[in-house]
Design a protein around this ligand. Structure first.
Ligand code: DDK
Ligand code: ZN
Ligand code: ZN
Length: 416
């Protein structure tokens, strides 16, 4: 009986899904040092989930702060807002309702869909089927397993060739809750395959270069956001001695590691990890890029939200040696993106444009020698934030394709 009860409790614990009834997302507008201090104090005394910037370590004056506040702390937050006189808006009235509103109202298809947020299981079978569908243009390779043992598969797109071609590496889903990101990688693969031979730019790109696509970088985290907690950001690694789980993969690369805009507290959402590349997913990707360093000419990583196109550096305010060229290409890509639906992006180096953040993949790839290194922060600017409705997957992916193709065309033109 006790044994049964025990297993019953374990089953309940395993099936537990975090719900967010009555929880709100605020946009705070700190314009005084006292406002920044008030938000930092708040973050210390209660559990607030930073949406933008990604943790309390990154707060500064005059930058809007989006925070998700559990219902039990609402009174306290209102009191602090009143006392400090800080301006604010409520972005999301009820987070649980917003989560449920994210999926469109069509019945959930059993199959994979490019206009849905697919579960990892669906993405995994999609990877298997799409890579066996067109062996002249696509192949796959496993670059290692995640912490929980899921295979990390890189798809290689490009016309098969007897000689090694120069390549572009792109990853999606470094952060678990940024669901539009893996949706974009899937869209990109579909578009590449279906426009090859029809679109002259895509045809020329895939004839001359290969594009490596990692559809989901942080698979364990992504799976966890589908099954247990929609707002999870980090990996799911555990270490004895801490009850907090995971590290931020975009703070775990060996680029000014943990010096700035990252936390050494394992419970923080921007925890840099116990050492550079302590996260196996980061190590697998870094090893792959190091192994292919001589052919990889561009690194592109897809995040959300804020509508930014960033490039090095984030670990320092110093400008990159290639700053003006990187800026020129980013501005061209943003203009291409905007031409479709008028969506405005801001481009610039990470530290000055969003916030200083050491240990990022773009800075690491750049310092390794991959000159064209870009981080996208896709739609939107906070209306839905991480809960971008499925109805926006198609337009977001279409416009982002134009920016990625712009960067790819530039890289291709400057190969030799
Ligand atoms: O990792 C972050 O906090 C955002 C994406 Se959610 C990007 C920060 C700038 C690029 C880091 N190198
Ligand atoms: Zn991210
Ligand atoms: Zn982001």
């Amino acid at each position: 009986m006790k044994v049964l009860l025990f297993f019953g409790l374990v089953a309940v614990a395993l099936a537990e899904v975090t719900r967010f009834e009555g929880e709100k997302v605020f946009r705070l507008k700190p314009v005084l040092d006292e406002h920044v201090t008030a938000i930092k104090e708040l973050a210390k005394s209660i559990e607030v989930d930073f949406w933008s910037p990604d943790s309390a370590e990154l707060l500064t004056i005059d930058i809007d702060v989006d925070i998700h506040v559990p219902a039990m702390y609402l009174d306290m937050v209102y009191t602090i807002l009143q006392q400090s006189g800080m301006e604010y808006e409520i972005l999301i009235e009820d987070l649980q309702a917003a989560i449920e509103g994210q999926a469109d109202n069509k019945p959930t298809p059993r199959a994979h869909s490019y206009t849905k947020y697919n579960s990892w299981d669906k993405i995994q079978s999609w990877i298997a089927s799409i890579s066996s569908s067109n062996s002249a243009l696509i192949s796959k390779q496993v670059i290692g397993n995640t912490y929980e043992g899921r295979p990390m598969t890189v798809l290689k797109l490009g016309k098969r060739s007897s000689s090694t071609k120069p390549a572009i590496f792109m990853d999606c889903g470094i952060h678990a809750r940024e669901w539009i990101s893996p949706a974009f990688c899937q869209w990109f693969v579909k578009e590449a395959l279906s426009t090859y031979g029809r679109d002259s730019q895509m045809t020329s790109l895939l004839n001359q270069m290969d594009v490596f696509v990692l559809p989901v970088f942080n698979i364990d985290g992504y799976d966890f956001t589908h099954k247990s907690n929609r707002m999870w950001r980090k990996t799911r690694s555990r270490k004895s001695g801490s009850s907090c789980i995971g590290a931020d993969p975009n703070r775990n690369f060996n680029a000014g590691w943990c010096t700035l805009g990252a936390s050494s507290n394992p419970c923080s959402d921007t925890f840099c990890g116990y050492s550079p590349e302590s996260e196996i997913e980061v190590k697998n990707v870094a090893n792959f890029i190091r192994r292919n360093k001589s052919i990889i000419k561009a690194y592109i990583t897809i995040h959300s939200y804020s509508q930014l196109l960033l490039f090095p550096y984030s670990y320092t305010y110093d400008l990159a040696a290639d700053h003006s060229e990187l800026l020129k290409v980013a501005q061209g890509a943003s203009a291409a993106l905007r031409s479709l639906y008028g969506t405005r992006y801001t481009s610039g180096p990470g530290a000055a444009t969003i916030y200083p953040a050491a240990g990022g993949s773009d800075d690491w790839a750049y310092d390794l020698g991959v000159k064209y290194s870009y981080t996208f922060e896709l739609r939107d600017t906070g209306r839905y934030g991480f809960l971008l409705p499925e109805s926006q997957i198609k337009p977001t992916c279409e416009e982002t394709m134009l920016a990625v193709k712009y960067i790819a065309a530039y890289v291709q033109k400057n190969l030799y």
